[in-house]
Design a protein around this ligand. Structure first.
Ligand code: PBG
Length: 308
């Protein structure tokens, strides 16, 4: 009765990986329990999540190497399997909340989120690609556009492109405070999307910076974001709190792949109680101020809640 914080299933979003390279689901070594789903198997998985009470999903494509190039052209193919999958999900399960990923890295032969020239990431030249991706995604039925690329000015560019194309009801969840973090390692295994050279420090944030996160969030709010994200979550609870106190928009937090992997590795060694740690982590992220949590634990947490 006097408990201040609760983690309800409606506040969770489940990130999922989809591929079209054969019919098998491919387990991700560094993320036990998480798979790259074959396109046709994904719908059944979504259905079982819905039965457990998880209703919101974030979709990431694992693209074959031969389809990757410097300008992520596969992302702009209207018939690409990622957009097809979204169409299928929304036609089978119209009430699902479906969020996209907007960034070049899953489609880029350089493994970077923007266009690369002479070892530099070109911010402004990347914006039209991100905008075009977003319009295609909105057209495929995604409810929320999720720019994870961290180019400056992309929220405004995407908002304008959506408006110009009549997508006035599509939300933008901006990865506003996304740090250049070592906690993304397992995700890059999942998509085979690690940068081919250098790192992402010229566009993702320095983990040492707090006020910059507020500036990024204010910019994104002004540019038309509907939801502001902090990523990763656990080493950045202070940032979640700061943004919740200062930004008048829903705040989300991404409980990223490395945070998931750590808990699993320790629990597989018998060093931590996974179920209890999972609950404590999610609770702490909510307590810090996140309205929404993107987490690979979503299904497992729902299974646990359904048991209790
Ligand atoms: C890249 C992207 C990343 C994640 C989501 N989108 C990794 C990166 O920036 O290299 C990480 C998610 C996770 O670690 O769970 N656009």
């Amino acid at each position: 009765m006097v408990r201040e914080t609760k983690v309800s299933l409606t506040s969770l979003m489940y990130p999922m990986f989809v591929h079209n390279n054969g019919r098998e689901n491919v387990p991700i070594q560094s993320m036990p329990g998480i798979f790259r789903f074959a396109q046709d198997n994904l719908y059944g998985e979504i259905e079982s999540c819905l039965q457990l009470g998880v209703n919101s999903f974030v979709l990431f494509p694992a693209v074959k190497d031969e389809l990757k190039d410097k300008v992520a052209s596969y992302a702009l193919r209207e018939d690409n399997f990622y957009l097809q999958t979204a169409r299928q999900i929304k036609s089978r399960f119209p009430d699902v909340v479906l969020m996209s990923d907007v960034a070049l890295d899953p489609y880029s032969s350089d493994g970077h989120d923007g266009i690369v020239e002479n070892g530099k990431i070109l911010n402004d030249e990347t914006l039209p690609i991100l905008s075009a991706m977003s319009v295609l995604q909105a057209d495929a039925g995604f409810d929320i556009i999720g720019p994870s690329d961290m180019m400056d000015g992309r929220v405004g560019a995407i908002r304008d492109a959506l408006e110009d194309n009549g997508f006035t009801d599509t939300l933008i969840m901006s990865y506003a405070a996304k740090y250049a973090s070592a906690f993304y390692g397992p995700f890059r295994d999942a998509l085979d999307s690690a940068p081919k050279f250098g790192d992402k420090k010229t566009y993702q944030m320095d983990p040492a910076n707090k006020w910059e996160a507020l500036r990024e969030a204010i910019n994104d709010e002004e540019e038309g974001a509907d939801i502001i994200m902090v990523k990763p979550a656990l080493s950045y609870l202070d940032i979640i709190h700061l943004l919740k106190e200062n930004i008048n928009l829903p705040i989300s937090a991404y409980n990223v792949s490395g945070e998931y992997a750590m808990v699993y590795a320790a629990s597989q060694n018998g060093w931590l109680d996974k179920d209890r740690v999972m609950q404590e982590m999610l609770l702490s992220i909510r307590r810090a101020g996140a309205d929404i949590i993107l987490t690979y634990f979503a299904k497992e947490y729902a299974q646990l809640m359904n048991k209790i």
